[in-house]
Ligand binder design. Structure first.
Ligand SMILES: [Zn+2]
Ligand SMILES: [Zn+2]
Length: 109
């Protein structure tokens, strides 16, 4: 059992507002994926809600986990989540900024 780098409690609430799946575009998402993984032992910024992407777990998340773990998809998902959160007036806190700085190459283009 591990609670390693879970998203903050209000993350689910914020995404539930739309529950739009970042993969199929339908409003049937029911899980939050860690776009960049959960990080390793010496990093906690991966628990940032800017690392969350909503997916339909059975239909989109699990069957496509390999695909959504490619750099191309990571970049698309990170940008989508940033757009979504900023659009809901969620401003990045210290940890969120640390996260975006660490993975800044994925936010380019
Ligand atoms: Zn879906
Ligand atoms: Zn996942």
């Amino acid at each position: 059992m591990s609670s390693h780098n879970k998203f903050p409690p209000d993350t689910r609430f914020i995404f539930q507002d739309a529950w739009c799946c970042w993969y199929c575009g339908e409003n049937t998402a029911d899980c939050l994926h860690h776009i960049m993984g959960r990080g390793n032992g010496d990093s906690t910024c991966e628990s940032s809600m800017f690392n969350a992407a909503s997916f339909c777990n059975q239909k989109c998340h699990l069957p496509n986990h390999g695909r959504i773990s490619t750099d191309e998809w990571k970049s698309m998902l990170l940008k989508q989540t940033k757009k979504f959160l900023i659009g809901r007036d969620i401003l990045p806190n210290k940890k969120d900024k640390e996260f975006m700085e660490k993975y800044k190459k994925y936010y380019k283009n």
